[in-house]
Design a protein around this ligand. Structure first.
Ligand code: 8YV
Length: 317
């Protein structure tokens, strides 16, 4: 299989991890937009000959965007989630879309457990307490506990299962809700997000974003978790009704939340940031050097495999 395709122009709208980017530039005629002095001019100059796009979540890929590229064959997305890509629009134009499944699963699951532990045991607050010197004058307040808890996984895909496996090792009882019941797990199934929340007191959101899951965690779901309830979201901000979450936290309807993703990221509502009990992270679930490079590597593999005529490695069907 050839490894260099100098006649295959790939547009890179936003930065990718350096290792992947070096490979991409080596293999293709890469047009990097983010470092162009005039992005609009660079895009217009390249558009008619672009055959591939290495996209990230920062780029909305809809019909209007795709229509700029008459020769476009493939959109290789850096990330497993593709709610920012209009798949139907790509298919209607005969274009292939790929994502990066698999390579980030364990990393994101690690982050989910870190967020859960941090929120329940108030570990970020404990760190701030020591740094401020407060320990010199008083003890840190006792925290809630994971003991005796039931964890509900909303969306039992690869990441949800990796989270469940870890949670089992922490002695938690596991339940789940998924679009369809799985016959390859022994966890109890709840037939709706509300039924899941009624049966658990920790809810971990691990389902894909998009119109079908918009605000599936609403006021009723949050209230069902109860006053010791914990919400962890490592999926997409759009799954959670943020206003309802803020109200539930302010009113003590749930205990705390650990959030890596937000509806309006990177702009996190002031009311959420003002809540002392929550644990907030800047969308870093997959954010280790090794995993981000593995994701970038899969983006490049998809493009090179496609350009060589062997088809994409991880196409979205
Ligand atoms: C990335 C993610 O940070 O894979 C995903 O869907 O949300 C993250 O792993 C993001 O895709 C980078 O654009």
């Amino acid at each position: 299989m050839p490894s260099r395709f100098p006649d295959f122009r790939v547009l890179v709208p936003h930065p990718l991890p350096v290792g992947g980017l070096v490979r991409l530039k080596d293999a293709f005629d890469a047009v990097t937009l983010w470092d162009a002095p005039d992005k609009g001019a660079a895009l217009r100059a390249a558009a008619s000959s672009v055959r591939g796009i290495a996209s990230t979540g920062a780029q909305v890929v809809d019909g209007a965007f795709l229509d700029q590229f008459p020769k476009l064959e493939i959109v290789a997305n850096f990330g497993v989630g593709y709610d920012h890509i209009d798949l139907a629009a790509a298919r209607a134009r005969g274009m292939v879309v790929t994502n990066t499944p698999g390579v980030l699963v364990e990393e994101v699951a690690d982050a989910a457990l870190g967020l859960l532990l941090g929120a329940v045991r108030q570990l970020p607050q404990a760190d701030a307490f020591v740094r401020r010197g407060d320990w010199l004058t008083r003890g840190f307040p006792l925290s809630a506990s994971l003991r005796g808890r039931t964890l509900g996984v909303l969306g039992l895909g690869d990441i949800g299962r990796a989270i469940a496996r870890r949670a089992e090792a922490f002695g938690l009882k596991i339940l789940y809700h998924n679009r369809s019941r799985r016959d390859d797990v022994a966890y109890g199934y709840a037939d709706s997000p509300l039924a899941l929340a009624q049966a658990c007191d920790i809810l971990v959101v691990a389902a894909p974003g998009g119109p079908q899951t918009h605000h599936i965690v609403d006021a009723a779901v949050l209230e069902a978790l109860g006053p010791q309830g914990v919400l962890v979201n490592i999926a997409r901000g759009s799954l959670v009704d943020t206003a309802a979450l803020i109200a539930a936290l302010q009113q003590g309807k749930i205990l705390t939340a650990a959030l890596d993703v937000f509806e309006t990221e990177p702009d996190v509502p002031e009311a959420l940031r003002a809540l002392p009990q929550v644990f907030l992270a800047p969308h870093v679930g997959s954010g280790s050097v090794a995993t981000r490079e593995a994701m970038a590597g899969l983006v490049v593999d998809n493009l090179t495999s496609w350009a060589s005529g062997a088809g994409a490695v991880t196409p979205l069907t």
